[in-house]
Design a protein around this ligand. Structure first.
Ligand SMILES: [Zn+2]
Length: 763
């Protein structure tokens, strides 16, 4: 037998596996892929020409500019009246007949609060037939501070253009365009629609809702009804690039956020929710304007909404109830895969079985071998180590930097710090925990833990299955290739790792975009889970440990340094900063409060304020930076008793008329001792669910607040001290000098600057 070594291509190369060049090269590729993790999410630029029947972004934007004039248009305001008038004009110009339904609506906000307002829903019909309709929904109100071009101008722009295009088609089913009011005040328009459905004169089969939680980025499908197979499969036929996975929808379901669609789904309807969510720094702010709204996002949402609408019309809605549950995911937003939930879980189990088998028989030649305990211990050690390291790094930076969210302007720096720390921890564990472990053992153990984690998560929340199954299947194929053709093992492992990066790196970006980096430990943990299987490409680390560790240490040090020195806020990623002037009518005291945490304030403002000297307004966070204002007698909010009687259950029913001339909202804070049980507003009764040990809040927003009558049923017989608060837009004159000092790295948010009066009254 000839003993001369066979000169394979792979081993002859100067960067053969195990060489210093190979190790540094793999580490560099992993770092670069992570750095560019948002690339697969980049949208196609707006088309300059459109085929007939294709969504026209320029036309949609132009029409939106005719509906919104740049003024905030919150619920029950003059600006919203004007917006509605322009909206009705555009609908009529498209050849449709708009209708309006008005309601005095309330929504219980879970524990501790109820919000009420006067809302006016706008809708118009298209299509034919009397059967249940496909409802295409968006809301047309904005928050008080925001011009609302993204939230939810994008929804209006898209549906009006879809309405224009559908006008030229013969629709086989009834379609209703629904523009709800009061979404920002507690989904009030949607709730009123659900509560008064008979007055609208149509039934609902499916709903497509359009939303925005930012100003750019892909339009993602992030919420569905149940069962989901029918609506998701039909949505996927839209023809636009798909951005969705069942993990996203499952996680969204677990979060307390909600939009109009949540209300519709709760009422038993089925449908999908599509939203853009990048550019969260501008969400609900003064800068959610026409210039900021990304045209590529409008086109993407438009193509998707139009395509999904056509697919929904063509679908058979009768099967929805029996369609079953599927799990799904896009792959780099180019391919969309779906599987029945149970089937996917079984497949994931089979992938896991392959990884378990490889633990004890890493290669065909090796036969059944002893378990490499060190390789097996590496991934869990890395997950724990990376979580702890990310948490510790964030804490250390937090000690050095005064701003609570110092990573806001340049999130890439902290992202790279966490990722480099995780990669460094992985290599360090290769060096010290498993220095002799063979690549096959590292491959098997990395995937074993990845898949066991995926199995556990998928059993708890089935939506997770697909994002583990896709890399899991590639792992099985790659492992089979390595098993049969050992010389191509590095190529096979690279392929499996590439798929991991392709699925998970963009997802880590989305996690950052939608949830922020507040929980750095979570990012370390997810990244460790993905990096562990990749370590098979560079282990064992008997040689070259020093240069590899040094190189990664250098990257970590550089990223950490950038994280430490970059400004916390910028014009493109500003600090949300409102001012609140608070008049305590009982103490005859007034003060001006900065809404952001004191450490985050620009020096020019922080220097003029003190912390701890002034008591924050009721309900606001404690220890806000503030300064004194001249106390003056000014309009305030009051409540007058219209009637009081004993209630059947032993308590009292108190009827109050609220007044506060020119106010934006009136708020009642009822102490827990009063034991509020029910609230009646315009004839409708709402159960009060007080928060534990907290006061119960009743909010009436809009012009209807002044003169509103509320009836509260209380469990307590004795009267208690309530707080009656009035909220006015804007600040008093003696606050202007400070408010005007805000640099362009700040932005007003939600209600914007307001003046609040608080008065104690016994009821
Ligand atoms: Zn919205």
């Amino acid at each position: 037998m000839d003993n001369t070594p066979v000169r394979e291509d792979v081993t002859a190369s100067p960067i053969r596996p195990g060489s210093l060049g190979w190790i540094i090269g793999i580490l560099a590729i992993i770092l670069v892929l992570f750095f560019l993790r948002a690339t697969p999410l980049a949208l196609d630029p707006p088309r300059t020409e459109n085929a007939p029947g294709q969504f026209d972004t320029a036309r949609a934007i132009e029409r939106l500019g005719k509906v919104l004039d740049g003024t905030p248009h919150p619920v029950d305001s003059t600006a919203l009246d004007e917006t509605r008038t322009r909206l009705l004009r555009e609908i009529t110009a498209l050849g449709y007949t708009p209708e309006i339904r008005v309601h005095n609506a309330c929504q219980s906000m879970g524990e501790g609060a109820i919000r009420c307002a006067f809302v006016q829903n706008v809708f118009f019909r298209a299509g034919a037939g009397d059967g249940p309709a496909l409802v295409l929904a968006a809301h047309y109100d904005s928050v008080d501070a925001s011009p609302g071009f993204g939230d939810d101008g994008i929804g209006m722009a898209v549906w009006l253009e879809v309405a224009h295009l559908l006008k030229q088609e013969t629709l086989q089913k009834p379609v209703v365009f629904l523009f709800t009011d009061g979404e920002e005040t507690g989904l009030l328009g949607a709730q009123a629609f659900v509560d008064n459905r008979e007055s609208y004169g149509f039934e609902v089969s499916r709903i497509i809702n359009l939303e925005a939680r930012g100003v750019r980025g892909p339009a993602m499908m992030f919420e569905t009804g149940r069962p989901n197979a029918g609506v998701v499969s039909d949505w996927a036929k839209s023809g636009a690039r798909p951005f969705s996975n069942s993990m996203m929808t499952a996680v969204y379901e677990l979060l307390p956020n909600s939009t109009d669609l949540t209300v519709f789904l709760r009422a038993g309807m089925n449908g999908v929710n599509i939203a853009i969510s990048d550019g969260l720094d501008f969400y609900h702010t003064t800068r959610d304007d026409l210039a900021m709204l990304d045209r590529a996002s409008v086109q993407h949402m438009g193509d998707q909404a139009l395509g999904a609408t056509r697919a929904f019309i063509a679908a058979d809605w009768n099967d929805d109830a029996t369609s079953g549950e599927i799990v799904y995911s896009d792959i780099a937003s180019r391919v969309f895969v779906t599987l029945p939930q149970v089937f996917a879980l079984v497949l994931l189990g089979l992938c896991f079985a392959v990884s378990a088998m490889l633990l004890v028989r890493p290669t065909r030649e090796s036969g059944w071998s002893r378990l490499d305990w060190r390789a097996l211990a590496l991934p869990p050690a890395l997950v724990i180590g990376a979580g702890v390291a990310a948490f510790a790094l964030q804490q250390v930076f937090g000690f050095i930097r005064p701003e609570p969210a110092y990573w806001t302007a340049y999130p890439q720096a902290l992202n790279m710090t966490i990722f480099a720390a995780t990669l460094l921890a992985g290599v360090a564990l290769l060096v010290w925990l498993a220095p002799k472990s063979r690549p096959e053992a590292l491959h098997a153990s990395g995937w074993f833990w990845f898949l066991i984690l995926g199995m556990g998560l998928s059993i708890a929340v089935p939506g997770f299955t697909m994002i583990y199954l896709i890399p899991g299947i590639v792992f099985v194929i790659a492992s089979a290739a390595a098993w049969l053709f050992p010389r191509y093992q590095p190529v096979a492992y690279c392929l499996a790792s590439a798929f991991l990066a392709l699925i998970f790196f963009p997802m880590i970006h989305l996690l950052d975009v939608t949830m922020g980096l507040g929980m750095a430990a979570m990012f370390g943990i997810v990244e460790a889970m993905v990096i562990a299987p990749m370590l098979a490409l560079i282990g064992p680390m008997a040689a070259h440990r020093k240069p590899a560790l040094l190189a990664l240490g250098g990257v970590l040090g550089g990223a950490a340094l950038v994280t430490l020195i970059m400004p916390a806020y910028s014009v493109d990623r500003p600090l949300a900063l409102n001012f609140t002037a608070h008049y305590d009518m009982d103490e005859s005291a007034a003060a001006l409060f900065a809404g952001a945490r004191p450490g985050a304030l620009p020096a020019v403002i922080r220097d003029q304020l003190s912390v701890g000297e002034f008591k924050s307004p009721p309900g606001a966070s404690p220890n806000l930076a503030a300064r004194e204002l001249t106390f003056i007698q000014r309009p305030i909010a009051t409540a007058t008793v219209l009637g009081e009687e004993a209630s059947a259950g032993g308590g009292r029913v108190v009827s109050l008329r609220l007044s506060a001339a020119g106010s934006r909202a009136i708020r009642l804070r009822i102490p827990p001792e009063a034991k509020p049980l029910r609230v009646r507003y315009h004839g409708r009764l709402y159960e009060a669910r007080p928060a534990e040990n907290g006061s119960y809040v009743i909010d009436i927003t809009g012009r209807a607040a002044d003169g509103a009558v509320v009836e509260v049923t209380l469990g307590a017989e004795k009267s208690t001290d309530w707080l009656v608060q009035g909220i006015w837009p804007g600040l008093p004159n003696d606050a202007d000098d400070l408010a005007d000092l805000r640099p362009d790295t700040t932005v007003r948010i939600q209600m914007g600057d307001v003046t609040i009066t608080t008065k104690k009254q016994k009821f």
